[in-house]
Design a protein around this ligand. Sequence first.
Ligand SMILES: Nc1ncnc2c1ncn2[C@@H]1O[C@H](COP(=O)(O)OP(=O)(O)OP(=O)(O)O)[C@@H](O)[C@H]1O
Ligand SMILES: [Mg+2]
Length: 261
Amino acid sequence: MKKMETIAIKSGKGGCDKTTATINIAAADAQLFNQKVLVIDTDGRGHTTSMFKTDDTYRYQIGDVLMGRVKAVDAILPTKWSNIDFIGCGEEIKDDLKELEKKIFMDPMHRLGKILDEIDALRIYDRCYIDCNQDPDLMAVNIMLYANRILIPARSDDYSLDGLSKMLEWMSQVEGVRETPLQYNVMITDKERNKESDDSITKIHTLSQDHLCRTFIRHQAKVVQHSSKDTVKIPFVLEKKLAGVAEDYIELVKELFGYDK
Ligand SMILES: Nc1ncnc2c1ncn2[C@@H]1O[C@H](COP(=O)(O)OP(=O)(O)OP(=O)(O)O)[C@@H](O)[C@H]1O
Ligand SMILES: [Mg+2]
């Protein structure tokens, strides 16, 4: 098996569809393209965790692994979907990161790299997807140093443009410290047909150049309903109800990994 590829979904803006993208890209990759996938939640609000957590076997979160309390393998849990495992995250992560910042002997900026090596050595996973928050925190530094690729979701509005600019700036700051160049792609997650959003898309294109994915994800009101607390949550790429947006995500996965070529 070749080395595991780690893809982080991050933006400098909140609410631009990071979690939705993480879950659906991971699910498509695992279930439709037969890749063995690990999803790591690193956002203390635990949105991805609440999607994947099935019962009370959830004991350890990514902060426990970062702090060296448990090994990565002890925090990995199965989901109800074949080919998808996950490591969860809860609000304790904030305190863990504060503690970790003080522990220079633990190489705080490099902990994730060691954890990903540990997971790769298991020779189980083809890909690891990391759902992120929007902050430039210690976790972000770890992620930008050790992910192979960053996927930056952007909506076609000026706030998202700001989030994208921040990400590009942060990534340029870690570029000199990385051993290999950081690959990244920008994906538009709310393809709308109106003049204002066309202007924003032009601006996003100017900023991203050839890093912009050809496949745009359409905005579909039903997605919000699907994500509400009372609905049974499943990755919608696996569900026919949201056929339009599901098709877009599947196309995007094909584009990202060159499937069907
Ligand atoms: N293609 C889409 N069409 C319509 N609504 C969408 C689409 N994708 C995501 N949403 C909705 O947008 C909202 C934000 O999505 P999501 O939680 O994935 O963003 P996020 O970037 O992870 O947010 P946060 O910064 O809070 O973690 C959710 O209510 C979600 O259901
Ligand atoms: Mg999120």
